[in-house]
Design a protein. Structure first.
Ligand code: IMP
Ligand code: MG
Length: 177
């Protein structure tokens, strides 16, 4: 394996392309039916690769914005609060919001982001994630558009990191930690 620490390739570039293409078609069809202004919100940093590819496969007028959040806590136990590190530039009031995440694991962070976003009175709020680890879920989250369910393994690449590294890998690989 050319990339140190990666023991197995879980999703190759060609499969990523296919997943993104299919999600783009689903999302396009959904908003073509509903109509109205659409703002696609990526959660930094993990979603940046996926966002860039995904929005090019959504054939519907849209605005792109980003938000960065971090969880309070000592790293092992989350205290359950989420802190906005970088907020949106755009108002989401009365607009369709599509939240884009790299991976939903326990759902702890995302649950709060969803609640915070719905308090800003969007016209609708939908969730799109590239990867999903259903076996680890602790908080119930409705995922409207899901790229792929994966087993409980720590993955890196295509935006996903381990200690901020590996985000540039063009595939998703399993990391041995
Ligand atoms: P949650 O709040 O437990 O759902 O955590 C979600 C966040 O944890 C994601 O946005 C990722 O940043 C990170 N994460 C969870 N699983 C993985 C993984 O397998 N690889 C890299 N990051 C992960
Ligand atoms: Mg993340």
């Amino acid at each position: 394996m050319p990339d140190t620490g990666i023991t197995k390739i879980l999703i190759r570039e060609e499969e990523i392309k296919k997943i993104v293409e299919e999600l783009g078609q689903e999302i396009t069809a959904h908003y073509q039916q509903s109509g109205g202004e659409l703002i696609v919100v990526g959660l930094l940093r993990g979603s940046f690769d996926f966002m860039a590819d995904l929005v090019r496969k959504i054939h519907y007028p849209l605005v792109v914005d980003f938000m960065a959040v971090s969880s309070y806590g000592d790293g092992t136990v989350s205290t359950g609060d989420v802190k906005i590190v970088m907020d949106l530039d755009e108002s989401v009031e009365d607009k369709h919001v599509l939240l884009v995440e790299d991976i939903i694991d326990t759902g702890s962070t995302f649950k709060k982001v969803i609640r915070m976003m719905s308090n800003r009175n969007p016209r609708s709020l939908k969730v799109c994630t590239f990867l999903n680890k259903p076996s680890r879920r602790k908080f119930d989250i409705q995922i409207d558009f899901c790229g792929k369910d994966i087993p409980d393994e720590f993955v890196c690449g295509y935006g996903l990191d381990y200690a901020q590294k590996y985000r540039n890998l063009p595939y998703v690989g399993v990391l041995s930690v």
